[in-house]
Design a protein around this ligand. Structure first.
Ligand SMILES: O=C(O)[C@@H](CO)OP(=O)(O)O
Ligand SMILES: [Mg+2]
Length: 424
């Protein structure tokens, strides 16, 4: 069904790091009106869609988004308003064409993604369906995703010497969404008690995980296993497993990986992962190597791809063309899906579909800078991908997503839960 867009506007709001971002409102002739908050990354891939920042040092240290706001209120509103649109792909294609660059840098990916998300919401409302249901592609079974809670933060997300960025706990063995969230919260509480007892600081990183003053990744893994057990769970496939996002592009310099003072080659870092897999219940490693190290990734995938999920984030940037190349070259076996990394909802759904066709798993993801927007919870459910990472079970902007999942689960007991997207 076609809809006339009658209203498109944006304003500057703050994200969870206290940096400006956009809130976009889209309204339709039938009266549906909806809003989206735009997230923002810190460890960004080189080939991501580019967010537009003002650069005026007098405003928010040059981080303002007034230019992107003006792009929405001006050029984009002029394009969309007063015209009838047959659906979101139609709107998203028009936005891509209007921008005219390969990386959405002219209007700004932050401007475009906000419009795309708000439009999706307004169109869903007009159809009388919940967003997750409206987002579900034909032939796909929606499902509740297993959550990965980022409970120890390092890298560029925390002021500690830990080089690996994210240490997540995934309640693989939980029987339901509600029990998975409960497990996340119990282990998080147990981890806080453990760190206190060790006189470690329990200050938080950008995604709400603790930021202890440790530097060896294995120390963080030991903390996690102890916290899982202290929280009353088994560390393993029938209980709570561990997912890592080293975000290796951030510590890759001059062909070497700098981990806790050591300068490792790709294969030495892969050896280190192999040892970690032998000693700890790790089921997923994201960005285990840098985005430019495709040879290393090929070797990593050949060595560990049948034992562990290998997720491409910085290397794939939710870009269907790059993912298709990676599939051809047997690089990784899963993709992280971030809507703002590619810039429109339609393209993110396309990336998910490309993965599904090739048997690559998909994990929908937040950004380290977030608002209380819960779009990704609906996207994770609607796409049927089976996996979502959205930070610690703490801090409002992360909790908003987990609480949205709890609400969907409570209202729809018919929805399956769990991480088996590839077969779905
Ligand atoms: O690397 C990542 O996966 C993300 C989200 O956790 O971080 P950022 O948003 O800073 O890119
Ligand atoms: Mg990542």
């Amino acid at each position: 069904m076609a809809h006339e867009i009658t209203e498109v506007r944006a304003m500057e709001i703050l994200d969870s790091r206290g940096r400006p971002t956009l809130e976009v409102t889209v309204g339709l002739r039938d009266g549906s009106i909806d809003v989206a908050g735009v997230p923002s990354g810190a460890s960004t891939g080189r080939r991501e869609a580019v967010e537009r920042r003002d650069g005026d040092p007098a405003r928010y240290d040059g981080q303002g988004v007034q230019g992107a706001v003006e792009a929405v209120n001006g050029e984009i509103a002029d394009l969309l308003r007063g015209r009838t649109w047959t659906g979101l792909p139609n709107v998203d294609t028009a936005l891509i064409d209007l921008d005219g660059t390969a990386n959405k840098s002219r209007l700004g990916a932050n401007a475009i993604v906000g419009v795309s998300m708000a439009c999706a919401r307004a169109l869903a409302a007009a159809s009388g369906r919940e967003l997750w249901r409206w987002l579900t592609p034909a032939g796909v079974q929606p499902r509740l995703p297993v959550p990965s809670f980022n409970v120890i933060n390092g890298g560029v997300h925390a002021p500690n010497p830990l080089d690996f960025q994210e240490f997540m706990i995934t309640p693989i063995g939980a029987p339901s969404m509600a029990e998975a969230v409960r497990a996340g919260a119990q282990v998080y509480a147990a981890l806080r008690r453990l760190l206190h007892s060790l006189h470690e600081v329990t200050g938080l990183g950008d995604e709400g995980g603790f930021a202890p003053q440790i530097r060896e990744p294995e120390d963080a893994l030991r903390f996690l296993v102890t916290a899982i057990e202290n929280g009353g769970y088994r560390a393993g496939a029938d209980g709570v497993m561990i997912a890592l996002d080293p975000a290796a592009s951030e510590f890759h310099h001059d062909g070497r990986y700098r981990v806790a003072g050591a300068h490792l080659s790709s294969s030495e870092l892969i050896d280190r992962y192999t040892e970690m897999l032998a000693f700890f219940p790790i089921w997923s490693i994201e960005d285990g190597l840098a985005e430019d190290d495709w040879d290393g990734w090929a070797y990593l995938t050949a060595r560990l791809g049948d034992q562990v999920q290998l997720v491409g984030d910085d290397i794939f940037v939710t870009n269907t063309a790059i993912i298709a190349d990676a599939i051809d070259q047997r690089i990784g076996n899963a993709a992280l899906i971030k809507v703002n990394q590619i810039g429109t909802v339609t393209e993110a759904l396309h990336a998910i579909d490309t993965c599904r066709q090739a048997g690559y798993a998909q994990m929908v993801s937040h950004r380290s800078g977030e608002t209380t927007d819960t779009f990704i919870a609906d996207l994770a459910v609607g796409s049927g991908c089976g996996q979502l990472k959205t930070g610690a079970p703490a801090r409002g902007e992360r909790i908003a997503k987990y609480n949205r999942l709890l609400r969907i689960a409570a209202e729809h007991p018919e929805l399956a839960y769990g991480p088996c997207s590839v077969e779905a």
